[in-house]
Design a protein around this ligand. Sequence first.
Ligand code: HEM
Length: 214
Amino acid sequence: MSIPPRIPELKLDVSDSDSDSDDRPLNEDMKNLKLASTSSESITSSLSVSSSSSTLSPASAHAARPPSVTFKVPLPPNKTKVENSLNAFPMLGGPQRAGGSLPGRRKVPLGPGFSPLDWARLTMSGQNLRGVSQLARYTLEDVAQHKKRDDLWMAIQGKVYNVTQYVKFHPGGAGQLMRGAGKDATELFMKVHPWVNIDSLLEKCHVGYLVKDK
Ligand code: HEM
């Protein structure tokens, strides 16, 4: 038996049995291929075959290729609208974009040896970036003792980090990072870049947890 050049395209329309919106008459092919509903609830299924010369029984049609269910998806708005939209993907100026940034972004050029890759390397090097030997509980008062550029802690989302080593790697620059020096910088952080994965970036700088009192 020769193989047909193209498997006929199958379309399955599963329409809501309550809705009588689609009362188009079935043509002859469709009638032949009308599927028996397997469930007791009446799902109306109609199978249409794009090549009228093909004669497939419903069973062999299923075996050849699962029928495709057609969903009604609204068409995306035109390109200009997408580009201007906050829903644009990859997000304008977001990490997945190679170039082109949102107006107002303030990323700074990092010095040689301070790229995100260099940071990843440093965090994997086994060097102690925490400056403490074990995790502990810290109050805001404790955190406030570390607000200098060469001794810089901040609390973000309940965790306390020693970011001293990260200063030169921060893509927003040292000045921006210093805004959270010795504070609970959660709000600031979330306002500027909620997409940044702090847990993974600063895992090796985690020194403990922020508590109200000890
Ligand atoms: C005081 C808190 C912080 C402030 C005010 C701040 C500020 C900024 C600013 C202004 C930028 C440039 C954003 C842009 O316009 O593209 C930036 C980028 C960035 N910051 Fe921070 N930052 C803070 C803390 C942190 C911390 C703790 C981390 C470490 C996880 C971090 C990681 C990053 C990363 C990865 C980027 C690049 C984001 C991207 O490319 O989309 N920041 N930051």
